[in-house]
Design a binder for this molecule. Structure first.
Ligand code: BJW
Length: 243
């Protein structure tokens, strides 16, 4: 065991109130590519503005619908890995445990995590573009976005750039970050706000911050300890098995 991992394990063992925040790297070893890691990045052959903004959907709804339909098919076939399962087991041992995930794939819940906040939504839910009505799926995954009863096009219930996150989710995150002993940051590039601000918030409010990622990120200098490696290997080693 490396000394970084040993330090992280000590912090984890001592913690009763835990927050884990996850990004796309958490799901990579379940077979779901990340957004920004070459060569198989989800955005590799696209402009981000065309896929993850309201303007992009307005310009070419069929392109966006098709891109999410392909991701939905891939995600539906994915299963949680040992890292997801380790987090779900850890939750059972803590006084308070919250997963604040940027991922839209539902894998934390599939692994058995109970207290999960899906900050950027969920790819298996739908909403209408113009008025934000909840729309019941599933839909045929062909190239044409369906329409809501109000006439608007239907879109995935995810959060795009320039859109606000659910205020209730932000309140939950803020309360959890204010009272946790440890924040574990897993598999995010730390580029997208507000999630990118969680490490600093937790640190300023007295929590230990552990980062798990094969690569250093802008969050590494905020973290108390950086544990290099993949989520699937590191998280089962990090989580206390006794006590
Ligand atoms: C592994 C691994 C392994 C590899 N194990 N790890 C403050 C300052 C500046 C700008 C802003 C700000 N506040 C808000 C903004 C604007 C904007 C923003 O952040 N822009 C930045 C780009 C500068 N934010 C917003 O617009 C947000 N809305 C908002 O704040 O509303 C109010 C507001 C609006 C405008 C201005 C000001 C305030 C909404 C953000 C929504 C992001 N949506 C997306 C798409 C979701 C739907 C979908 O999935 O399609 O969310 S974009 C995309 O990026 C997705 C991700 O959740 C998000 C983060 O990506 P993530 O998860 O970090 O993935 P990667 O690929 O970047 O990184 C993967 C990492 O894994 C890497 O580090 C690898 O090393 C690692 N890894 N293998 C562990 N095995």
């Amino acid at each position: 065991m490396t000394s970084a991992l040993r330090t992280a394990v000590e912090f984890a063992r001592a913690a009763r109130r835990v927050v884990v925040t996850t990004g796309a790297g958490m799901s990579k070893e379940s077979g779901i590519p990340t957004f920004r890691d070459a060569p198989n990045a989800l955005w590799a052959n696209y402009n981000v503005e065309d896929l993850a903004t309201r303007g992009g959907f307005r310009r070419d709804p069929a392109l966006v619908w098709r891109w999410y339909a392909e991701r939905r098919t891939m995600i539906a076939a994915a299963r949680p890995h040992e890292g997801h399962i380790a987090l779900a087991r850890w939750e059972e041992r803590c006084d308070s445990f919250v997963v604040l995930t940027q991922n839209i794939d539902g894998l934390h819940a599939a692994a058995g995590s109970k207290n999960v906040v899906e900050l950027h939504g969920n790819i298996f839910r739908y909403t209408c573009f113009d008025r934000g009505h909840d729309v019941e799926g599933p839909f045929p995954q062909d190239a044409t976005p369906p329409r809501c009863a109000c006439g608007s096009l239907v879109r995935p219930a995810v959060v795009w750039f320039g859109e606000s996150l659910d205020p209730a989710h932000l309140e939950t995150a803020d309360a959890a970050l204010s009272s946790c002993d440890v924040l574990v940051v897993v598999g995010t590039s730390g580029l997208v706000y507000p999630a990118a601000g969680f490490a600093l918030t937790a640190r300023e409010r007295g929590a230990r911050v552990i980062e798990v990622n094969p690569e250093q990120t802008p969050l590494t200098e905020i973290a108390d300890v950086f544990v290099p490696g993949g989520a699937r290997t590191i998280l089962p080693e990090l989580v206390p098995q006794t006590g």
